[in-house]
Design a binder for this molecule. Structure first.
Ligand code: GLP
Length: 242
């Protein structure tokens, strides 16, 4: 079931999402957060940093697992998702870096990289709250449209659309990696709760498909209709076609 929380704009979305995550951290003894990259959660991470700086939130017991990482990029590469997480959140709060996990893009053996990440998530006892953004083609993590829902962490070839969309973070298109490691749809669906964040007019048509269309691997995020506990925080523009 997807519970819809409609907010006015991106700033309201960021505040609401951060308060939701903060409540999860406070209520759990050893919270396991599934974290996402992309531009959508940047405002949320900023509010979380502020809550920490004001002494209102303690990250010392938080463990985190990120959804995905570009294959071939090292943690020091400023385009890697590990670098993004350090910059946007981890370096500014009292989370223990050893408790934060992002798939290792430098591991050459894809099978091994994916299996070990899946085992790691199991060893943490699963994900309590998974944060998700939404790709323009309906992808979550890097689970691109396909003919099936991948169960576990795997290596994907990025679609032309995703490469184009993510090009804005790189100097030129040729620099965008063509492959990534990502949690599977099954990994994501096993999370106890999911917080889906969607903002802007350009996401309105895909969000309509996710919420109102058939559940199909052609729109990977549509599977969220079958999850028992999804909260969608979306702004007016993103919900303008629903
Ligand atoms: C990337 C990430 C996704 C993210 C998506 C949307 O491809 N792998 O996890 O949700 O982009 O990004 P944005 O929030 O910038 O629109």
């Amino acid at each position: 079931m997807i519970q819809i929380e409609k907010v006015k704009d991106y700033s309201a979305l960021s505040k609401k999402a951060a308060m939701f995550i903060a409540a999860e951290i406070v209520q759990r003894k050893l919270p396991v957060l599934g974290l996402a990259t992309g531009s959508t959660p940047i405002g949320t991470y900023k509010v979380l940093r502020e809550l920490y700086q004001e002494g209102r939130l303690d990250f010392s017991s938080v463990r985190s697992v990120n959804l995905d990482e570009y294959r071939g990029l090292s943690p020091e590469d400023s385009h890697s998702y590990r670098y993004f997480m350090n910059e946007e959140l981890f370096n500014h709060v009292n989370i223990k870096i050893s408790n934060t996990h992002v798939p290792d893009g430098t591991l050459k053996e894809a099978k091994e990289a994916c299996e070990s990440y899946e085992e790691l998530i199991q060893s943490l006892g699963g994900i309590h709250l998974q944060i998700l953004g939404l790709g323009h083609d309906g992808h979550i993590g890097f689970n691109e449209p396909s003919n099936h829902f991948p169960a576990k962490t795997h290596c994907v070839k990025l679609t032309e659309e995703t490469i184009n969309a993510n090009q804005r973070f790189f100097a030129k298109k040729e620099d965008v990696p063509t492959e990534a490691y990502t949690m599977g749809i099954g990994t994501i669906m096993h999370a106890e709760k999911i917080l889906l964040l969607v903002s802007g007019k350009d996401k309105a048509s895909i969000l309509q498909k996710v919420l109102e269309g058939p559940v199909t691997p052609d729109v990977p995020a549509s599977i969220l209709q079958f999850h028992p506990n999804v909260i969608l925080i979306a702004d007016e523009e993103a919900l303008s076609l629903c």
